[in-house]
Write a protein that binds this ligand. Structure first.
Ligand SMILES: *[C@@H]1O[C@H](CO)[C@@H](O)[C@H](O)[C@H]1NC(C)=O
Ligand SMILES: *[C@@H]1O[C@H](CO)[C@@H](O)[C@H](O)[C@H]1NC(C)=O
Ligand SMILES: *[C@@H]1O[C@H](CO)[C@@H](O)[C@H](O)[C@H]1NC(C)=O
Ligand SMILES: *[C@@H]1O[C@H](CO)[C@@H](O)[C@H](O)[C@H]1NC(C)=O
Ligand SMILES: *[C@@H]1O[C@H](CO)[C@@H](O)[C@H](O)[C@H]1NC(C)=O
Length: 415
């Protein structure tokens, strides 16, 4: 079996084993939770839930959900719902067998980085008379939400339980939620090290196009300043205004696509530059926790989340994204080496490059020096990161194929 085929086989195995459930589909069978399900999709929490292996979802019936939703903006609703997603498996039996009758459990809210202190933990207590209460683990909180019934279990992957009311952590409903239209895109990007990109957005006026989408949905992939200085990148000052505008539009889409959603994206992403089916698209590949965007000319790792505030997501990327429609056929704007291979990604047989080196892409980080047959290793970045995909300014793991390969091997051994 060739390396390419082997990798494809390994990838499919990984995809199958990490995609064990679809919460949207599970809840679709229960009209009494249609509002809850709708909000999971709007906030994209469904993708967070689906990308996790062992999870309990506490659902609210429509009446309780609409009471919560009617009074609060979407980012607050997202925080409140993420506190109802427990990162452990609790079926009705386990609820009644909690050791000493009470336990503290972690939730998705705790992993987002939005939860101050330990506000992302939930207290589950087996009360007298078979009643089970849920409350914030913060001191002084009441257990004023109760288990009402079991909805669905897929042991031991996902359990869906109905509760009577939302679990309210102190401040969760009153924390100021920035209105999307006041998000300062340029200020955030300057702080994130994307000054050149910001100045291009401002001088070209494309920032106005971005701002017009703030309320409806916007995802920005902002190249950092190094990306413009990388070898083989065209000198933007030599491009026409129209080309600059197109490139800048190519770095954003009018959909809200937070990191967990990006990780599950299979279809090409249309960008603000897309002017027809299949035009100016980005494709996404995922390896472990690392996401790479492909333009057809080159590729770029999604580096950091600068902002994730429904319906706006802002990321930094390591490389300038050059659309194949502008740079595919004639790489003349760049001092590109003629040895550039076909735009089709080609997996090398050595573990180093992720795809055939493109003159316009930055080569991936050098692999660690250990042998590929060794024990699974984590890149330094990924080991310092605690699965926070929704965090402001969180750093996503490195993309050396070596790490990926070892991880894939490990998942084969484990499955
Ligand atoms: C539970 O998840 C594991 C790992 O993803 C998967 O192999 C298994 O088929 C799932 N179980 C069910 C019943 O879906
Ligand atoms: C999950 O199920 C919904 C509803 O059936 C479907 O629209 C969606 O595409 C599914 N998601 C994935 C990732 O398969
Ligand atoms: C959960 O809350 C109850 C009631 O406030 C409290 O008695 C119990 O000690 C808490 N459980 C844990 C594990 O802290
Ligand atoms: C956005 O942030 C930048 C840098 O912090 C600041 O100079 C600018 O005035 C801010 N814009 C608005 C509209 O607040
Ligand atoms: C990060 O997660 C690991 C295990 O997943 C845990 O041992 C460690 O304490 C966590 N670190 C922080 C800072 O939460």
């Amino acid at each position: 079996m060739g390396t390419l085929q082997l990798l494809i086989t390994l990838s499919s195995i990984t995809i199958i084993s990490t995609k064990a459930h679809n919460i949207t589909e599970i809840l679709a069978g229960f009209p009494e939770y249609s509002q809850y399900n709708n909000f999971l999709s709007q906030t994209k929490l469904n993708d967070e839930i689906d990308s996790r292996q062992t999870i309990t979802v506490l659902v609210l019936p429509n009446s309780a959900m609409s009471a919560l939703a009617s009074k609060h903006p979407l980012p607050v609703i997202k925080n409140a719902l993420s506190l109802l997603v427990l990162l452990d498996y609790y079926d009705p039996t386990k609820l009644h067998q909690i050791s000493k009758g009470t336990v503290i459990t972690t939730t998705l809210y705790q992993t987002t980085g939005n939860a101050p202190g330990n506000l992302g933990f939930v207290n589950i207590t087996d009360l007298q008379g078979g009643k089970v209460g849920f409350g914030s683990a913060a001191s002084g909180s009441k257990l004023d939400s109760f288990y009402t019934k079991s909805v669905k279990q897929i042991p031991y992957n996902v359990s869906v339980l109905e509760i009577s009311a939302p679990v309210i952590a102190p401040g969760i409903l009153t924390a100021p939620a920035p209105s999307a239209s006041t998000i300062n895109i340029t200020g955030l990007l300057e702080k994130a090290g994307c000054k050149i990109f910001v100045s291009l957005l401002e001088t070209s006026g494309v920032i106005k196009i971005y701002q017009a989408d703030l309320d409806k949905g916007l995802t920005v992939f902002a190249p950092n300043d190094e990306a413009f200085k990388a070898k083989g990148v065209p000198d933007v000052s030599k491009l026409t205004n129209a080309e600059v505008v197109t490139i800048l539009q190519y770095h954003a889409s009018s959909d809200y696509t937070p990191y967990a959603t990006l990780k599950t994206t299979k279809d090409p992403i249309s960008t603000l530059a897309s002017n027809g089916p299949g035009k100016f698209h980005l494709t996404v590949t995922t390896a472990g926790d690392s996401v790479t965007l492909h333009t057809g000319v080159g590729s770029s790792r999604v580096a950091d989340t600068v902002l994730d505030s429904t319906p706006v997501a802002i990321f930094t990327v390591d490389s300038l994204l050059l659309p194949v429609e502008l740079f595919g056929k004639a790489p003349s704007p760049a001092p590109a080496s003629v040895s550039a291979p076909s735009p089709t990604p080609e997996l090398a047989s050595s573990p180093a490059p992720v795809e055939a080196p493109s003159p316009l892409a930055i080569s991936p980080p050098a692999p660690p020096t250990a042998s590929p047959g060794g024990a699974p290793v984590e890149s330094p970045e990924s080991s310092s990161e605690n699965s926070s995909s929704d965090n402001a300014a969180c750093h996503h793991s490195g993309s050396a194929l070596f790490t990926v390969t070892v991880t894939l091997f490990a998942s084969v051994i484990l499955s």
